[in-house]
Design a protein around this ligand. Structure first.
Ligand SMILES: C=C(O[C@@H]1C=C(C(=O)O)C=C[C@H]1O)C(=O)O
Length: 400
């Protein structure tokens, strides 16, 4: 059983952390700086990374915590800094069903500037470049992304942005993680990388996307089209095969549905496969398994190393925590880690939103750009903006 600590304390100062899962939410506060060791080698129990976390947890236990946890974010690049905390105070609560009445009333400050990097032309060229690469060598899929930066006339209220995300997207895994540079990572991810409780593990990769439609009938048709789309089914299959390949040796039993299901977020349809397993060795921890899976072809590509190389060559920015993982683990090795997508990094009056799309040989640059814009919609809406009023030029002035 997960420890329930007093709710007092986490409101008493320090940095605030939040992670919500299916029916409960974890709130925490950390007074110390984050652990920033890169996650390289994190799938091995004796790696520097895992040892540093174990030491921090042990220290917290010696300081009097009954079941300390580690909570935070791990970057896309295994050599980039992590942002993990062993919070002094944390509490599990039932997930609040109804959005707070103030959530819908938040009118963020006036938007003064927005820019996309790369811009529409740059992104489409990158997609074309990726497609050319599929003609040579082993590469089958690469995920390419954009940063969309919004600057407002006054600082944003992070608590209200999170309320907005909850109101608009009640089923997502919501999170708030303070980052060392004074910014905060916030978002509502639909994708479970790995959850472990005792000897049971679950992973629920998503890949293959279509935009939801305002009219119910065309919305249903969009979902059905996605379920039949050869291109999306292929993109999805690459992810599932890889997740199964990684998990299989750890499990005595692995249940993998033959066909994907449809998963709906308020703005998107996704192809989704829920994979469930029984661990051979229950002492294998959630964080080790998550590090072993990360990055899946859902956010990197296939094969992983080739895709990573292409991303480094043609994606013009460092992803940082975007497309990494965010979540928590306890000292028993239980935990829950989700893919860090549908997210943004907020610092005072600026928020940088991130979104990417899986590119395969059958991709079309125009459709991939639209998919990325639709994915940005989750966070744009939380910022009080419309879903698809993106920017097509490198920089634009006020549009709303
Ligand atoms: C990379 C993102 O999403 C990932 C890519 C998807 C796709 O290409 O269809 C779907 C879900 C996610 O695994 C994102 O939302 O930024």
């Amino acid at each position: 059983m997960q420890e329930i600590e007093s709710v007092e304390g986490f409101t008493a100062g320090g940095r605030r952390l939040l992670f919500t899962s299916a029916n409960r939410e974890l709130r925490a506060s950390a007074l110390s700086k984050p652990l920033t060791l890169p996650p390289h080698g994190g799938h091995l129990p004796d790696s520097l990374f895992q040892q540093a976390i174990q030491n921090a947890l042990e220290e917290a236990r010696r300081a009097g915590q009954v079941n300390p946890i580690v909570m935070g974010a791990i970057p896309f690049d295994p050599h980039a800094p992590s942002c993990l905390y062993v919070p002094q105070h944390y509490a599990w609560q039932a997930r609040s069903e109804a959005p707070s009445p103030t959530a819908l009333q938040y009118a963020p400050p006036k938007l003064v500037e927005q820019r996309s990097f790369p811009d529409e032309g740059g992104f489409k060229r990158a997609v074309e470049q990726a497609i050319v690469n599929f003609g040579f060598g082993e590469l089958r899929k690469a995920v390419l992304s954009v940063v969309h930066e919004l600057r407002f006339a006054a600082p944003l209220d992070v608590e209200r942005l999170l309320d907005g995300l909850a109101a608009q997207n009640p089923i997502g895994y919501r999170f708030r993680i303070p980052v060392e540079d004074g910014s905060e990572l916030i978002g509502a991810s639909p994708e479970l990388l790995l959850c472990k409780q005792a000897e049971r593990v679950v992973s629920n990769p998503l890949a293959g996307t279509a935009k939801r439609q305002p009219v119910p009938e065309s919305d249903r048709e969009a979902g059905e089209r996605l379920m039949r789309s050869t291109k999306d089914l292929y993109e999805h299959r690459l992810v599932i095969d890889e997740v199964v390949r990684v998990l299989r040796p750890y499990c005595t039993e692995l249940v993998v549905p033959e066909h994907p299901a449809l998963l709906a977020t308020p703005t998107l349809w996704h192809l989704s496969t829920r994979i469930e397993g029984q661990l051979r060795e229950p002492t294998t921890t959630a964080l080790q398994l998550a590090c072993q899976l990360h990055p899946t072809p859902a956010v990197c590509g296939y094969p992983t190393q080739d895709a990573r190389h292409l991303i480094q060559l043609i994606e013009p920015f460092e992803r940082g925590l975007f497309t990494g993982m965010v979540g928590w683990s306890d000292m028993q090795g239980n935990g829950e880690w989700v893919v860090t997508i549908r997210c943004g990094n907020v610092k005072r009056d600026v928020i940088r939103l991130f979104a990417g799309a899986g590119i395969v040989a059958a991709s079309h640059p125009e459709a991939e750009w639209e998919e990325v814009q639709a994915k940005l919609g989750t966070m744009r809406q939380a910022c009080g903006l419309s879903v698809d009023e993106g920017v097509s030029n490198a920089t634009s002035g006020v549009t709303s």
